[in-house]
Design a protein around this ligand. Structure first.
Ligand code: NGO
Length: 548
């Protein structure tokens, strides 16, 4: 078992440039269309001498189709420029983001929109006629003298640039200058997501993670084309988002965490910065205010929210199911409305998550009454509700998203919700919960739904996972990371890598590309990238790591 280190970014493992990816196998050279890129036994003899090369298709999530041109490469050079469509701010931002990512390692200027595209340049193109790409897809043509990414939106361009990153040698992820060359294997990739909703969740309530830690995780998930970050902002142990009309929620309710540490919270300014930072990486933040259970931090902050008028003490343990807002009191709904209004104002995205899980201290009847008053409030402030699947029994309107977190593959209420038209977000706890131990010896994490190996996290199909929930009802997948046992960024990374990329691939890649052998080889090739990025990942024995 590997012990995670306690620091965050200070001690980064670094590989010598010559080792980085030098051991990576090239993938097969034939066209791979909507099928898993297959690792090839032979590495070919046209690798550059310094820094190694990646094969087209050696990407996570696996692209929809890959058509390599053997033996040819594009090179990023000192005079390579980046071109973005004129007059489109968002597309220009994508170009600028790519520039910011590649400048530190290459040491090149990668100037933006310097004259007409020239030989050796990278061109980002918006082209509405490429219907087959849908709204979020892209086509990347890599030729000797030009690398072009086509898409119908800036979102598609962004995904193309994230694929491009993975096609460069791993040292491209370095934050200090490295020697080239910077080859990209030639060919064409056509790629688009299987599901619209590809989410990661972080529980910042059980243990608080600061803005920089959140940004670090956002950077990590964005490279795997995750497009939602669900933040579990409130729970029994802490309230983490400033609410002006109820200030004690944070000054008191945010003052501790599991184990009795100092806790913390995001000011509105900080939260807005997180939302902006995520949006720059094509990620929409979904805030969760969990209710009516999981509310001890709020109940402890305001005595009047309790049925008996007495505030309970703050809680620093990890039990669940003991707290409930007082369903009979009018003040409860004033409180909920204030919170929803203020959180909605901070949230440009469509969704607001209202929890609804494990309300074991609320009777069924009270739960229904509570939800029937709260669901319209979410809509009143312009948001679409999301809730853990228990709230399906309150029959939310058919736009509302139902998030399944059970371990069984059948659930009547979820199947009925799907039938009524509710989109279902899948985060089966025995598959995609990143907080579950990898095996019984893993020091971090919980095991109530696990342990869950990398293979188990990968080996399921969201389109057929649940009885009577057809693929057409599935909005996508989420990988939640609960933080009862996690206190540092290293802990987050150790639990998320390599399982987060596994769930990301299930959300993005076509079912026909789903292949464990291919995935484990490609994930092994991510290791040198993670080392460059300082990610403290779990060296699962199921993966043929080749970097050490
Ligand atoms: C459950 C519970 C959470 C725990 C988590 C731990 C849901 C939706 N509610 O998932 O409060 O933190 O398990 O794995």
């Amino acid at each position: 078992m590997k012990r995670p280190r306690e620091n965050t970014r200070k001690h980064r493992h670094r590989l010598p440039a010559t080792l980085a990816l030098a051991t990576s196998a090239l993938l097969a050279c034939g066209t791979v269309s909507a099928a898993a890129p297959q690792p090839s036994p032979d590495r070919g003899n046209d690798q550059p001498p310094n820094g190694g090369s990646t094969a087209l298709g050696d990407v996570i999530p696996a692209p929809t189709s890959v058509d390599p041109i053997p033996g040819q490469r594009f090179h990023i050079r000192w005079n390579t420029g980046i071109h973005t469509p004129s007059g489109n701010t968002e597309a220009t931002e994508v170009g600028r983001y790519l520039q910011r990512q590649l400048r530190p390692s290459t040491g090149y200027g990668l100037l933006l929109n310097r004259g007409e595209p020239d030989r050796g340049d990278i061109v980002l193109k918006l082209d509405g006629s490429e219907r087959r790409l849908g709204e979020s897809g892209y086509r990347m043509d890599v030729r000797k003298h030009r690398l072009t990414i086509h898409a119908t939106s800036s979102e598609g361009l962004f995904y193309g640039t994230q694929t491009l990153r993975q096609l460069l040698p791993a040292k491209a992820e370095s934050d200090f200058p490295r020697h080239g060359p910077w080859p990209v294997p030639a060919g064409t990739i056509v790629d688009k997501p299987r599901f619209e909703h590809r989410s990661a969740m972080l529980d910042v309530a059980r243990h608080f993670f600061g803005v920089d830690q959140l940004k670090r995780y956002i950077d990590q998930i964005a490279q795997y084309k995750i497009n939602y970050l669900h933040l579990h902002l409130t729970d029994d142990q802490g309230w983490r988002i400033q609410i002006d009309s109820w200030p004690r929620l944070t000054t008191h309710g945010g003052s501790t965490e599991v184990g009795g540490g100092d806790g913390g919270y995001y000011t509105k300014r900080q939260f807005t910065e997180i939302v902006r930072y995520a949006a720059e990486r094509n990620i929409t933040v979904v805030p969760e205010i969990d209710m009516p259970g999981h509310t001890n931090a709020a109940l402890s902050s305001y005595a009047e929210l309790n049925c008996d008028g007495e505030a309970p003490p703050l809680y620093t343990g990890i039990e669940v199911g003991f707290s409930s807002l007082c369903v009979d009191k009018e003040i409860t709904y004033r409180f909920v409305e204030d919170v929803i209004r203020e959180v909605a104002e901070l949230t440009p995205g469509r969704y607001l998550h209202i929890g609804g899980d494990e309300a074991h201290s609320t009777t069924d009847e009270d739960y229904q009454r509570f939800m029937s008053r709260v669901l319209p409030l979410v809509e009143k402030y312009g948001k679409t509700p999301v809730g853990w699947h228990e709230y399906a029994k309150a029959t939310p309107s058919k736009e509302a998203m139902v998030q399944y977190w059970g371990t069984s593959t059948s659930n009547e209420e979820v199947a009925e919700a799907a039938e009524r038209g509710n989109p279902i977000l899948l985060s089966p706890a025995n598959r995609s919960y990143l907080d579950q131990k990898y095996n019984e010896d893993t020091e971090l994490g919980l095991d109530w739904a696990g342990p869950t190996t990398v293979r188990e996290a990968y080996q399921w199909d969201p389109g057929t996972h649940m009885e009577s929930v057809p693929e057409s009802a599935v909005a996508g997948v989420e990988a939640p990371l609960w933080s009862e046992t996690l206190t540092t960024s290293d802990h987050i990374e150790f639990m998320a890598f390599p399982r987060l990329p596994a769930v990301a691939e299930l959300g993005w890649s076509p079912a026909s590309a789903h292949d464990w052998e291919s995935f484990r080889t490609r994930v092994a090739h991510q290791a040198p990238r993670w080392q460059e990025q300082g990610i403290d990942f779990y060296r699962s024995e199921q993966i043929p790591w080749s970097d050490n």
